[in-house]
Ligand binder design. Structure first.
Ligand SMILES: NC(=O)c1ccc[n+]([C@@H]2O[C@H](COP(=O)([O-])OP(=O)(O)OC[C@H]3O[C@@H](n4cnc5c(N)ncnc54)[C@H](OP(=O)(O)O)[C@@H]3O)[C@@H](O)[C@H]2O)c1
Length: 238
């Protein structure tokens, strides 16, 4: 039985790939995107990898039409795709700023805008944005990335207020340091320095994020909206 349709951006690797497989294993039909053709290499017939750049609005429109005709419009949208382009502010190039904002923030706008209409019609839906601890506490070399992620938290709150009456929840998950390609550039010395500030004493695993996303998508989380929930081993505490 199909428990619902999920659409997740940035599903070819890392956190997004794990979330997609986690939902598919739990009986959802999952469409996952990446800028390149990819495969999940899983023995599941409810996982659909598609090539879609979330910054390309024409391609998003075509994708919407295709999903609609295949009865795959999502009741759960997970805005996960994100990029970094780190640079100290004085040296940050315009394209380093633009590309990060366009993918992390505008990409989330593009997908939410097109998919929310059907959720409003059905008076039911979940939007889960993958933010970052960097958007909450800042990080040197990440003015572009932190700004995009902080903006996602504001996006989450405002949209949650607009669509709460339609039984749609909108939340963010703010991961700390998770072992993926995005953090693979860190050498052991830098990792040790970071770990000293993480009370749980380790980087997170992709599963730590998937489980939180699954919870937010579930009926158990039906009274939670507009929140940014940190999953960071205690790195940031208010
Ligand atoms: N890893 C961490 O420590 C960490 C911490 C905090 C927050 N996060 C956030 O968690 C999310 C996932 O991170 P990750 O570590 O799993 O990153 P990752 O391993 O670099 O994977 C990023 C995914 O996004 C896709 N992507 C990038 N730009 C895209 C676009 N324009 N259109 C469609 N897909 C696109 C990538 O595929 P292609 O390159 O093939 O397009 C890939 O599938 C991101 O939003 C990131 O900011 C990660």
């Amino acid at each position: 039985m199909n428990k619902g349709n999920v659409f997740i951006s940035g599903a070819s690797r890392g956190i997004g790939r794990d979330i997609a497989i986690h939902f598919a294993n739990n009986g959802y039909k999952v469409v996952g995107t990446s800028r390149k053709n990819f495969d999940f290499d899983e023995d599941l017939n409810n996982l659909f990898p598609i090539k879609l750049d979330i910054t390309n609005r024409d391609d998003i429109k075509d994708c919407f039409t295709e999903l609609k005709s295949n009865d795959l419009l999502p009741s759960i949208l997970i805005n996960n795709a994100g990029i970094t382009s780190d640079q100290i502010f004085l040296r940050m190039k315009d394209e380093e700023w633009d590309s990060v904002i366009e993918t992390n923030l505008t990409g989330t706008f593009n997908l939410s805008k097109i998919f929310i209409k059907n959720m409003i019609k059905n008076k039911s839906g979940r939007i889960i944005n993958i933010s970052s601890v960097s958007g909450l506490m800042g990080n040197p070399g990440q003015v572009n990335y932190s700004s995009s992620k902080a903006a996602l938290n504001g996006f989450t709150k405002s949209l949650a207020k607009e669509v709460g009456s339609r039984n749609i929840t909108v939340n963010s998950v703010a991961p700390g340091y998770i072992e993926t390609d995005m953090t693979a550039f860190l050498d052991n010395k830098s990792k040790e320095k970071i770990i000293k500030n993480i009370p749980l004493g380790r980087f997170g695993n992709v599963k730590d994020i998937s489980k939180m996303v699954m919870f937010l998508a579930s009926d158990e989380a039906s009274y939670i909206t507009g929140q940014t929930i940190s999953v960071d081993g205690g790195l940031l505490m208010y």
